[in-house]
Design a protein around this ligand. Structure first.
Ligand SMILES: C[S@@+](CC[C@H](N)C(=O)[O-])C[C@H]1O[C@@H](n2cnc3c(N)ncnc32)[C@H](O)[C@@H]1O
Length: 226
């Protein structure tokens, strides 16, 4: 079957067919469409995704960095309440959903993978949360980010060139006076300096996607204007 990237309903149907609803370890109150042992997503779907030029299904996991950010937003609703929030590299959309449930006035989930955005829409509906999806690559020169007061970036320091571009963009946003929070479980390309530790969580994960069953994930704040 050919997956049409401009057909939101078909993308959502793909997510429903290839993933099962579950709750992330650190976010038992949330639900999302995820790859589980009983879903053959990686094996069967990867070929289908590759044929369509799509990346591997990152959206089918709640990554440790994103779980930490979402946990922090749920436990500290005051950081997003009444504010406009952008979740950059939103994957399954859990950080965006946490912001919406914590009272954010408007929430954007941004990811370059159209399936991630389809999954985010389904996951938002599962949790009774309201969000908008944006597929633009906000790392491209001249790309305009939505007018968000708070920006979340969950688990995005996993590839060298990408992490360098993300860091520059996040620092630009924090220099504009926005609150920028990065959730990260000690990925190789996490910036070594210029971050303030806000919170830490031990996140149960799986060796299917990590090298350990437990990751220590930290919520970092990028310092604002001097
Ligand atoms: C490891 S996943 C993290 C997803 C989610 N934040 C979480 O923690 O569960 C990384 C995500 O970054 C997205 N991504 C990669 N490059 C991006 C870019 N330039 N703009 C937006 N999203 C991007 C990928 O599509 C993927 O969904």
């Amino acid at each position: 079957m050919v997956l049409r990237l401009d057909d939101g309903a078909a993308l959502e149907d793909f997510v429903r067919r290839n993933a099962a609803v579950t709750s992330p370890a650190l976010l038992p109150e949330l639900r999302h469409y995820a790859a589980t042992e009983i879903t053959p997503l990686w094996e069967m779907a990867e070929a289908e995704l590759e044929r369509e030029g799509l990346p591997p299904p990152f959206w089918a996991f709640a990554w440790a960095g994103g779980q930490a950010l979402a946990r922090y937003a749920l436990d500290h609703p005051e950081i997003v309440k009444g504010k406009r929030v952008l979740s950059f590299a939103s994957g399954a959309g859990l950080e965006a959903i946490a912001a919406a449930l914590s009272g954010a006035s408007r929430v954007w989930a941004n990811d370059v993978d159209p399936l991630a955005l389809a999954a985010s829409r389904l996951n938002a509906a599962l949790n009774g949360a309201s969000l908008e999806t944006i597929g633009a690559n906000l790392l491209e020169p001249g790309a305009e980010a939505p007018d968000a007061e708070v920006i979340f970036a969950g688990d995005i320091c996993y590839e060298k060139p990408l992490a360098a571009q993300v860091e520059a963009r996040l620092r630009g946003w924090s220099a504009e006076g926005r609150l920028v929070l990065l959730g990260d479980p000690g990925r190789t390309y996490l910036p070594r300096s210029g971050l303030e530790r806000v919170a830490g969580y031990a996140v149960k994960t799986t060796k299917a996607i990590e090298d350990s069953d437990l990751r220590n994930a930290v919520v970092w704040r990028l310092p604002g204007p001097a």
